[in-house]
Design a protein around this ligand. Sequence first.
Ligand code: C2E
Ligand code: CA
Ligand code: CA
Ligand code: CA
Length: 278
Amino acid sequence: AKQEGRNGYRFYTRSLTEKANRRLEMEAGLRRALDLREFVLHYQPLISLTGGRVEGVEALVRWQPPGREIISPYHFIPLAEETGLIVALGDWVLQEACTQMKSWLDLGLRLDKVAVNLSAQQFRLSYLQERIRDILSESGLPPCRLELELTETTIMARGDEAGIQMAALKDQGVHLSIDDFGTGYSSLAYLRRFPLDKLKIDQSFVRDIPHDEGAAEITSTIIAMAKNLKLSVLAEGVETPEQLDFLTGRGCDSCQGFFFSRPLAADDFRHWMDRAAG
Ligand code: C2E
Ligand code: CA
Ligand code: CA
Ligand code: CA
């Protein structure tokens, strides 16, 4: 038994060390990837349910190490957040998304907005407003073409200062949306204090509509409340025609999901737009 315990202990410490090492390697890898510009953005269309036009795109980051498989943000965003690297990465994402959007508009693509995910650490920066203004002016993208996605948790963590930060961004003409709505601990009653434009219903609810009564009820309620608050409402993760029917029937304004398109590399997205328009 003693022997086993020692082996067990040894195994335990070794796996902890391995974990720590993997983490350090990954962190070093992320830093290197930033220097070497190994990140790419993919773009997923946001579809209006009144008329079916493409109203915008969401920019989603991926890590593309040369000669290796592309890495999902689920695998590196949490570490980027823990290490603070998310600030530099998020800055690159903003620059890249604004520059790309500007060139699409110059090419004549009919898109209203590019949506960019903003992490809690970026939202906390005192110079965020100035930084966004500089990125917009450097890229030449009009502020009204940029939408920033914040999660409930990001907003809640800032307390009263969240409202001040949001108002400063809104003053510039940037749009604000709440991402993953329904998964945090906030309520629409609380969120109404903030200058928001859009609410994005988390895909965990959308996944189970229309069959699951609970999910259907929650989704319908969120749509109705958003409308009462004069917020635009988008459903994420739409994969089936049944989901689309349900959402259209409830008066949802727009949606996003594999049913229309997966996130695509910039060139693929442009071709997708050509086909969607033609
Ligand atoms: P998110 O902001 O909620 O983005 C939506 C995620 O759902 C994307 O995953 C997208 O590919 C996926 N998705 C879209 N439609 C469907 C669908 O119909 N079915 C299913 N099952 N999934 C769908 P992705 O690109 O892997 O991004 C994951 C998360 O990583 C994002 O969730 C966001 O929280 C984070 N993220 C991505 N890019 C950035 C970024 O530039 N900055 C920050 N801070 N976070 C990012
Ligand atoms: Ca998002
Ligand atoms: Ca989301
Ligand atoms: Ca999500």
